[in-house]
Design a protein around this ligand. Structure first.
Ligand code: DX5
Ligand code: ZN
Length: 218
């Protein structure tokens, strides 16, 4: 099997030095940069919007993986596309017209992702699979970094893997992903590992080792 991609979530970084933190994880071997957008409505926390994404776009050439925890998402898709998002992921729970949101992302020329919360069955995304490049299986309830991994997520990843079949769709996992929890997720079919607190711990000199540990390289 191939090594998974690691997408550090800057939610756990030092926001006063966001640009430098992104440069540091880029140099430390991050594959994608995971940007958590929270609106205080869909999730009980607020982070940042497209202006901040745009402000840090020039510090790296790596993929900007934008996780939209906002409802509604549609009015903001164009702004995040223009800000430099490469992958844009919307939640299945964020509105009644998921299919339309995904079509909108494709029309903007971006990779489209769909996320499902821990309580959402994988059947919720069955009819949009032909529109997506990525399925994000949340392994905690979204809103905060540093929460504990929900073990039932491993079985969910397996089910999503089966449902995807031969389609060229990657499975991403997000929440409580660490060197301890990652291996079972990778065996179940996860190919992109989002990790916040497991990467941004200690000083930047340790980020490369933190990323390698999450990836399963020692
Ligand atoms: C959670 C966010 C995650 C978060 C993960 O709502 O979507 O991306 O930063 O943080 P850790 O890896 O610390 O659980
Ligand atoms: Zn996230």
């Amino acid at each position: 099997a191939h090594l998974p991609l690691v997408a550090p979530s800057v939610l756990s970084s030092d926001f006063s030095r966001l640009g430098e933190e992104i440069k540091a994880i880029d140099a430390a071997g991050a594959d994608w940069i995971h940007l958590d957008i929270m609106d205080g409505h869909f999730v009980p926390n607020i982070t940042f919007g497209p202006e901040i994404v745009k402000a840090v776009r020039h510090v790296t050439t790596k993929i900007f993986d934008v996780h939209l925890m906002i409802a509604p998402a549609d009015p903001y898709l164009e702004a995040f596309a223009e800000a430099g998002a490469d992958v844009m992921t919307v939640h299945a729970e964020a509105g009644p017209h998921l299919h339309r949101s995904l079509q909108h992302i494709k029309k903007l020329g971006k990779k489209a992702g769909v996320a499902i919360n821990p309580a959402t069955p994988e059947s919720a995304i069955e009819y949009v699979l032909d529109l997506v490049d990525l399925v994000l299986v949340m392994t905690v309830n979204p809103g905060f970094g540093g929460q504990s991994f929900i073990p039932a997520s491993v079985e969910k990843v397996e089910r999503v893997r089966k449902m995807i079949g031969m389609r060229p769709i990657r499975i991403e996992v997000d929440g409580g992903v660490s060197a301890e929890t990652a291996p079972a997720l990778v065996r179940a079919g996860a190919e992109v590992l989002v990790a916040g607190s497991a990467v941004f711990k200690g000083d930047p000199a340790g980020y490369a080792a933190n990323i390698a540990a999450v990836r399963g390289v020692r």
